[in-house]
Design a protein around this ligand. Sequence first.
Ligand SMILES: Nc1ncnc2c1ncn2[C@@H]1O[C@H](COP(=O)(O)OP(=O)(O)OP(=O)(O)O)[C@@H](O)[C@H]1O
Length: 261
Amino acid sequence: METLLKLEEVTHVYVGDQGASLAVENLSLSIGRGEFVSLVGPSGCGKTTILSLLAGLLTPTKGTVYALGEPVRRPSPKLGYMLQQDYLFPWRTILENAQIGLELNGIKTPAATAHVRQLLHELGLGGTEQRMPYELSGGMRQRAALVRTLATEPDVLLLDEPFSALDMHIKLQLEDLVHTTLEARGKTAVLVTHDLAEAAAMSDRVVVLAPNPGRIQAIYEMPKALRELPPTEARKQPEFQGVFEQLWEALESGEAEGGEA
Ligand SMILES: Nc1ncnc2c1ncn2[C@@H]1O[C@H](COP(=O)(O)OP(=O)(O)OP(=O)(O)O)[C@@H](O)[C@H]1O
């Protein structure tokens, strides 16, 4: 499998008024094209830092981050970001919001608009094009944010807790939608989540991080039978509970080994 993302012996130290804070230390990880990898771990173990390093929003203090074979130096349209909040502009229609990434890249053609309309339709938002964000539910707004991210055709999606603000049943529906949409397009994804079950249900691999300093505690490859199913179906399989327990144990032992923050 072609390696699409790579962290090579990466250390990141934040320096601020309060002094230096070692966020992640000597972390190495490779992610292949088409893989769905989740990062889980207790608060402060460096999940968002890793995502920001991959996105080119931070530069590592030591080591190198690669995306699509090149060292990451700045944000790139090939890496799309989706966050807990949808950040739709309240004064723009859903169609205008969904097109914004393309516009920022200087693409404003009728074909681009047709492409965005098609994506809105595929993600169940047909008919909402001229509506304003406040007229949509949280789940619909998050789907519009997904369309905006997909519209620029990124190779990689960096997902920072995109489902955590949603009600449980909307969250489950959206997990399935994101899973099938990304799989159908062969996209690579890195998901940051606090939810172990979500990570287990959605991923090909789950990276369990430990804190103080942030480092990899364990990496789990999900059983093939679970990987092939939509997340809501994977959650119902008998082996799912065993996978969840393994992740939970790794998380607990990482926390126990970590020092005081
Ligand atoms: N801008 C910053 N300045 C100083 N320290 C920071 C900054 N951002 C994060 N840190 C520290 O770096 C460490 C890792 O933070 P990070 O936000 O990456 O963890 P996280 O696993 O995403 O946490 P959470 O689950 O709470 O979002 C923490 O100790 C945090 O306090």
